[in-house]
Each structure stands twice: as C-alpha cells, then as structure tokens.
Design a protein around this ligand. Structure first.
Ligand code: NAP
Length: 223
C-alpha cells in the first residue's frame, strides 16, 4: 500500500464514479468501490491495484435497499475513511404522473436517503480525526426543474442544500464537504434513464474525465 488514506466511492462501476476511482488511485488512495454490478467493480479493482499499487476493495450493494444502505454505513463507521464520494444516482426520464412507483421510490432513496445516511455515517469519525472530505455529486438540474426531470431535479436540489449546510457545520472540525454539480456529461446515465444521449447536443457535453478533474481541482482548493 502506498498510502494509508482510504476513499469510498458509490456508483463506482461506471461513468463518473469509475473515473473518480481511477484518479484517486493515481493519487495513492486505497479504495472501497460500491455499486450493484459486482463484476464491473472487481475488474476495475484489479486494474487499479495493478496500475497504482493501492488496495482496492469491491463492495456490492444496492443503495435503494435498507440492507444495502446499512451495510455501507457500517463500512463507513468501521474504517478510517478520508474521503467519501457520494456519486451513485439515477434519474428516470418520465413525467411525475407517468413514472412508476418503483422508479420514483428508488430515485428518492438513492439520490437523497442513501446520500444523507452515508454522509451522517462518515461524519463522526472524520470530525473526531479533525480531517476528511465528503464529495456529494449533485447536478445543475438542481437549478432547472423541468418536464421529465421534476423529481430528479428536486433530489439534486436536496443534495446542494444539504451539502451547503453540512459544510458549514463540519468546517470547524476540519471536514470539507463539496457539492459537485455536473452539467451534461458523457456517461451511461442517459441510456439508463431511458433516453438516448443522441437526443442532446453532444457539443456542449463534458467527458467524465473533464468533470472529475474539475471536481478534484475544486476539492484541492477547499471548495
Ligand atoms: P452512470 O454511468 O449511470 O453511473 C451511475 C452509477 O450509480 C453506476 O455506477 C451505478 O452502478 C450506480 N448505481 C445506480 N443505481 C444504484 C443502486 N441502486 N445502488 C448502488 N449503486 C447504484 O451515470 P453517471 O453520469 O456517472 O452518474 C453519476 C452521478 O452523476 C449521478 O449522481 C448523476 O445524477 C450525476 N450526474 C450526471 C450527469 C450526466 O450528464 N452524466 C449530469 C449531472 C449529474 P450499478 O448499476 O452497478 O449499481
């Protein structure tokens, strides 16, 4: 192990979370990677351990379930976590009236409840150690409630407001909380949401690498 610092990243099996994993491994962090698709996490873990000589643990969990959230809370309480990246999120592309109850409940649980509970689980240890970073991935949609994304935009408004308040609470204990608000970024997010990314103007989209590098630059500055 090249570093004693450990970062836990949710939604690390693809998109922004996988790039956070790459960048943080390159910085010498040991990692705990969380998502549902265990095979993707295991492959990424092997790649990063080989490339960067860090310890990477895969942890399969569904953060829309009580068991999944509770198991990751336990990890965050048991390990000395230097950095939590609350990145897992979803945004089914549907009107509020047409969205299934299952999709609506899962969106609220993943984007709001899991993010809030994991933040609360990691904070006491960080505050006791007087050090730590929490990165909460929101969205510019926090500012733009719009048709087909009313619930998603509202969950991301929660992420922003919650992060700002917790940042003010935790700063005096040496803990930094950053809200990262991506605009359109090329990932699997859109296909998973049920709409092809080709419906959007790709010329204004960022790559996942550009977004994560910008987020980490802000984190380095104590944003
Ligand atoms: P993505 O490639 O679809 O990644 C989503 C990640 O969340 C995957 O690793 C997925 O892993 C994980 N995830 C989904 N449901 C989960 C569950 N129930 N339990 C645990 N993990 C779950 O999309 P992305 O763009 O990287 O999204 C990352 C974050 O960026 C999200 O919070 C999203 O709202 C935000 N964002 C994205 C954009 C954009 O344009 N791409 C813009 C603004 C904000 P599994 O499927 O393996 O569980």
């Amino acid at each position: 192990m090249s570093s004693s610092k450990t970062a836990l990243i949710t939604g690390a099996s693809s998109g922004l979370g996988a790039v956070y994993a790459q960048r943080l491994a390159a910085r010498g962090y040991n990692l705990i990677l969380v998502a549902r698709r265990a095979e993707k996490l295991t492959a990424l873990a092997a790649e990063l351990e080989h490339a960067h000589g860090v310890a990477v643990r895969s942890f399969a969990a569904d953060l829309t379930t009580e068991a999944g959230i509770a198991s990751v809370e336990q990890l965050l309480r048991d390990d000395d976590i230097a950095l939590l990246v609350n990145n897992a999120g979803m945004g089914p592309f549907a009107t509020t009236a047409q969205m299934s109850h299952a999709d609506a409940a899962a969106t609220l649980t993943l984007n709001v409840t899991a993010l809030m509970r994991l933040t609360r689980a990691v904070l006491p240890g960080m505050r006791a150690r007087k050090a730590g970073h929490v990165v909460n991935v929101g969205s510019v949609m926090a500012f733009f409630p719009s048709p087909m994304s009313a619930l998603y935009s509202a969950t991301k408004a929660f992420v922003l407001t919650f992060s700002r308040g917790v940042a003010d609470e935790a700063r005096e204990d040496g803990v930094l909380v950053q809200a990262v608000l991506p605009a359109g970024t090329v990932t699997d997010f859109y296909e998973t949401a049920g709409i092809s990314i080709d419906n959007f103007d790709r010329s204004v989209f960022m790559t996942a690498e550009q977004l994560v590098d910008a987020g980490l630059a802000g984190m380095d500055r104590g944003e």
